[in-house]
Design a protein. Sequence first.
Length: 128
Amino acid sequence: MAIECVLDSSAVLALVFAEDGHALVEPLLPVAALSAVNAAEVLAKLQRLGASPADAAKAVDNLQLAVLPFALDDARAAARLEPLTRSRGLSLGDRACLALAQRCGVPAVTADPNWRTPRLPVRVRCIR
């Protein structure tokens, strides 16, 4: 499978909950990847909202996304992004998504408009 974009947890959750912008995420699933860090965020959010761990895992599995590991090089890239994203309030999970998108050379897809900044070394597509 050729990866054409990396989804942030906010984009995945928009799809799961049929929130604004979800229709833009669904057609990306066959060519999208998700960082393991962002998968953990999605699973935790689903469980926080009452899903059992098994049901949360099933919901993520049903999306059939390629979940890619967060490696040391990704950690370094995420750390380098911190000064560029600090003023926007981006989290470690957000930077993990951006680092993976940078590694893959593809856009990052998010529902968070705070990612819009011209200084990022990664293309960003906001679904809202």
